[in-house]
Design a protein around this ligand. Structure first.
Ligand code: TPP
Ligand code: MG
Length: 191
């Protein structure tokens, strides 16, 4: 059975330490509930931008882990970001793909290729240092600590079911510029 995305996010919240997280699409409302007020910045209104946002943060703060929670449809829309990330080769970037096979946020239409699209092969072809898929929650928990310490760029394709909420059914969260200001304040506090 497909893993619940909320289960993955709860485990990540427990293990992330001071990593900056970049949720987008259906991970956004769940993450707001699971990790309120933490070091996160959501990618809103820019479909496919989460990985590039994460790349910028990772390059700006090489001592800190940055973890992107990407949508499969979103990554397909900005597939070139794989090559950009591989070219920049940030050692501190972890790119998690929540692979549910659909554009859940916009009404659960099938993504091109559906579940057959292999993001692991695509990441390896682009030049990521490491990429693998996870289909089982116990395997995820076992490998989770290494997702924060393995040399990046690392891509992990997570085979998930559908989230309970989407940004359309559960609106909320701060506008992007406020999130940026809030992250800057928190970073200055935590050093
Ligand atoms: C350029 C562009 N085209 C279409 C949309 C409409 N849209 C908003 S969310 C979404 C689906 C996102 O799917 P995915 O990245 O797989 O995330 P999920 O909702 O499945 O978590 C689409 C198509 C958009 N925001 N921007
Ligand atoms: Mg999707």
């Amino acid at each position: 059975m497909a893993i619940k995305p909320e289960e993955l996010l709860r485990a990540i919240a427990g293990a992330r330490g001071n990593a900056i997280c970049v949720p987008t699409m259906t991970t956004s409302p769940a993450w707001r509930t699971i990790a309120p007020d933490d070091l996160s910045i959501g990618c809103v209104g820019f479909m496919g931008g989460a990985s590039s946002l994460g790349l910028g943060l990772a390059l700006a703060m090489p001592e800190r882990r940055v973890v992107v929670f990407d949508g499969d449809g979103s990554l397909l829309m900005q597939l070139g970001s794989l090559a950009t990330i591989a070219g920049a080769a940030p050692r501190n970037l972890t790119h998690l793909i929540f692979k549910n096979g659909v554009y859940h946020t916009s009404g659960a239409q099938d993504i091109p290729g559906g579940l057959t699209v292999d993001f692991v092969q695509m990441a390896k072809g682009a030049g990521y240092r490491k990429a693998y898929a996870i289909t089982d929650f116990d395997d995820f928990k076992r490998r989770l600590p290494s997702m924060f310490s393995d040399e990046g760029p690392l891509l992990v394709e997570l085979h998930t079911g559908l989230a309970d909420k989407t940004p359309m059914t559960d609106r909320g969260g701060q506008p992007f510029h406020q999130q940026v200001e809030s992250l800057q304040r928190k970073l200055h506090k935590t050093g």
